[in-house]
Ligand binder design. Structure first.
Ligand code: C5P
Length: 327
């Protein structure tokens, strides 16, 4: 059977329910211990190879999308003009890494339908990169196994490997060591309804990590303590709310005051368990069944302005891989 010509793949957002930055490494990155879960909300990436339909110029004319670089093996169009479509985009970085590892020579056009806000700590770019690896592997006849894909993903970005799993994981190292969350614990997270919201400003991940390093060593949570907290939550039967932690919050909140002001208000007014995700600026709240969602959304828009991003979604229900539509 010849491999498919077009592959469409869902590229989920993530939230860090628990994020402990535990120390700085000799390579300049930080070690962390994090419980991360993919959401039902995300982007869609299509990869198309072969045939005349690959002429990027025609695509732009037909779809009204941005013009990709001419002549390159890989090109990218995106419906959101905030998203760079040059070599700095992780989709193209991942594609180059895939070509380097496999000798893949065909031209591929990626089309990205972007819904995850940029600079939000929801892993959009990393998720897109992993989706590109999975899409190319599918187009190329699935030559790479999980271990090789994970190694490629880790080389593209710290948050990429976690998206190879379809469910909640514990992430360690700088992000490359991934362990699926114990089934009984994962069940306490899957399907959990969450509200994600982000002000119009974004936070640079590199900046957030620089700031936590500047406050070292007090700003780090010792790795033993991070592991103890996760193990205790996993072994017990406490609600997801009891797991929430993020020690990047103090450094980000010190500059972006609108974040703690709103999170404190949501806790006081609605009793919501809420946290910042990753390095921000997106935050999330776990919604109880009886939550007054519209009232909560109105309060968020009141605090952060009508243009802020607000999305009701859920922690991904089932193993989301494979998540292809092949044409
Ligand atoms: O790996 P990625 O490109 O997503 O990371 C962006 C930046 O965030 C890195 O350049 C680094 O400064 C910081 N970072 C870190 N430790 C991590 C992940 C990211 O210091 N585990």
């Amino acid at each position: 059977m010849s491999p498919p010509r077009t592959v469409t793949i869902f590229s989920p957002a993530k939230i860090n329910l628990f994020l402990a930055v535990t120390g700085r490494r000799s390579d300049g990155y930080h070690d962390l211990v994090s419980v991360v879960a993919p959401l039902d909300f995300g982007d869609v990436l299509t990869a198309e190879t072969g045939g005349d339909g690959l002429e990027a110029r025609n695509w732009k004319a037909e779809r009204g999308e941005r013009r990709p670089e001419d002549g390159a093996q890989f090109s990218l169009v995106c419906d959101n003009s905030e998203v760079p479509v040059d070599g700095s985009n992780l989709v193209l970085k991942a594609a180059e890494a895939f070509a380097g590892a496999t000798g893949w020579k065909k031209r591929v056009l990626f089309r990205l339908t972007k819904r995850i806000p940029v600079g939000s700590g929801m892993g959009g770019g990393s998720s897109n990169a992993t989706a590109a690896l999975l899409a190319l592997n599918e187009l190329g006849g699935a030559n790479l196994g999980r271990v090789e894909l994970a190694a490629l993903a880790a080389g593209v970005g710290s948050d990429c490997p976690l998206f190879l799993e379809g469910g909640p994981v514990i992430m360690r190292g700088r992000g490359e060591r991934i362990e699926p969350l114990h089934e009984a614990a994962a069940r306490r997270l899957r399907g959990r309804v969450v509200l994600v919201f982000k002000p119009s400003i974004g936070v640079s991940t590199a900046w957030a990590y620089e700031r936590i390093a500047a406050g070292a060593p007090q700003s780090y949570l010792p790795v033993v303590e991070a592991e103890r907290r996760i193990a205790s939550w996993v072994a017990g039967d406490a609600d997801a709310a009891e797991l929430l932690f993020n020690n990047l919050e103090p450094v980000v909140f010190g500059k972006f005051l609108a974040l703690p002001v709103l999170l404190n208000f949501l806790r006081r007014r609605f009793g919501l368990a809420s946290r910042m995700s990753g390095s921000g600026s997106a935050c999330f709240a776990l919604l109880p069944d009886e939550a007054h969602v519209q009232e909560i959304i109105a309060a968020i828009r009141e605090a952060w302005g009508p243009a802020c991003f607000v999305q009701t979604t859920a922690i991904a229900q089932r193993d989301a891989t494979p998540r292809f539509t092949a044409l």
